[in-house]
Design a protein around this ligand. Structure first.
Ligand code: 5GP
Length: 127
């Protein structure tokens, strides 16, 4: 069953201001906020304001302006968190779960920024 956008998802409600979030940064096309259940000392979610379900949906269907803004927002938040290796800082991991095989919980595109400690192996081994 293909994913389609459901505007009742929790991040759509955050974008509409129906439920609160701990905002980190906002731009024309995106919002960044702290994950409610952090999996690392620093755990921020970056989402586009547009109705995109997954990264592939966004990359195929968003405008160049939305894609540029999203990419710059990831960099801005990493700089704000003080985790950019190019600045001699400790680093971070970006994760974007898409669909059932990745256990995507919220069907609105989001990139997790995980940082603040060694994040460990890339995935649990599934071979
Ligand atoms: P996914 O598994 O879809 O990649 O990740 C969804 C993330 O959204 C999870 O890390 C979860 O903790 C986070 N999350 C779920 N509900 C809320 C919420 O209401 N507020 C915030 N800030 N994060 C949420």
């Amino acid at each position: 069953m293909p994913y389609s956008y459901d505007d009742q998802n929790i991040f759509a409600k955050i974008l509409r201001g129906e439920i609160p979030c701990k905002k980190v940064a906002e731009s024309t096309h995106c919002l960044a906020f702290h994950d409610i259940a952090p999996q690392a000392p620093q755990h921020v979610l970056v989402i586009p304001k547009g109705a995109y379900v997954t990264y592939d949906d966004f990359a195929q269907n968003a405008s160049d302006a939305e894609i540029a803004d999203f990419t710059r927002m990831l960099a801005k938040v990493c700089a704000q968190l003080g985790v950019c290796p190019t600045e001699g800082e400790g680093g971070y991991r970006l994760i974007s779960n898409a669909g059932p095989d990745a256990n995507q919980e919220v069907p609105h595109l989001h990139v997790h920024i995980l940082a603040g400690t060694n994040i460990g192996p890339l995935t649990a081994k599934r071979t």
